[in-house]
Design a protein around this ligand. Structure first.
Ligand code: PEP
Length: 253
């Protein structure tokens, strides 16, 4: 079953309550852009308020702990995030892997916790520039998928993959359309191996890394790309909506 393109904004460590105006504007505009599924992942502190302000778009978190609760100062569990209004969480973002030493097994454990709490997950994978230059991009991403993805009875509805080459995040650089298509096809093959031929074809694979209004149409048209995970360009309603409109137009073309 073909799904609507999924455009997700990752606000990272940006935003105070002043950002709620952006969420409101994105939510309001989404009413007209029904061909696209839209979501934002604000910092933890804004999840509840954003959920209250925005009725139409999805609201998610950017990480969660793998346990439900306990003596883990500064951490937050999937159960708490769900209670605050998050319907999904991003997991295994390269900034978490680099800054917090998260390994594939950690990402998988967090994924299990989020699914058990009733949240959907977006699992990020991607190679470094060095790995790509060494011709290892596909093998690295395949290994990350194998290690990071949790078991799930309904992966097509609950699990999204985001392919984010580390060297493309926040740099203004993007892979070629052919390289994105090739990687997305390889990811699809891995999903078939992990989840089977019934579920894998319906799972969404997003591209992330320097997506902006100007390149969105081209990137979204690449083979097997089911949407985008957007960092910097999701921080203002104006630039994020440019990407959402490009996604809607791709659907119409
Ligand atoms: C990201 O961090 O998920 C991301 C894709 O960032 P940017 O769009 O800024 O490259």
């Amino acid at each position: 079953m073909a799904k609507r393109p999924y455009i997700v904004g990752n606000w990272k460590m940006h935003g105070t309550r002043a950002m709620l105006a952006e969420a409101r504007a994105i939510d309001r505009a989404s009413e007209r852009l029904i061909k696209v599924e839209v979501a934002v992942a604000p910092p933890f502190t804004l999840i509840h308020a954003t959920r209250k302000e925005a009725n139409l778009i999805g609201i998610g978190a950017q990480d969660c702990h793998n346990l439900e609760g306990g003596a883990h100062t500064g951490d937050i569990s999937a159960v708490m995030l769900k209670d605050a209004g998050a319907g999904f969480t991003i997991l295994g973002h390269s900034e978490r892997r680099a800054n917090h030493g998260e390994k594939d097994a950690d990402v998988r454990a967090k994924g299990e916790a989020a699914l058990a709490a009733g949240m959907n997950i977006i699992v990020c994978v991607g190679e470094t520039e060095q790995q790509r230059d060494a011709g290892k991009a596909t093998s690295v991403v395949t290994k990350m998928l194998k290690g990071s993805l949790p078991q799930c009875d309904d992966p097509a509805e609950r699990i999204t993959i985001a392919y984010e080459p580390v060297w493309a995040i926040g740099t203004g650089r993007t892979p070629t359309i052919e390289d994105i298509g090739d990687m997305h096809k390889a990811i699809r093959e891995s999903l078939v191996a992990i989840y089977g031929e019934d579920a894998a074809p319906d799972m969404r694979i997003l591209y992330g890394g320097s997506v902006k209004r100007e390149n969105a149409a081209e990137l979204l048209a690449a083979e097997e790309v089911g949407g985008a995970l957007v960092g910097g360009a999701s921080l203002s309603a104006e630039s994020f909506l440019g990407i959402i409109i490009a996604a809607a137009e791709t659907e119409e073309a």
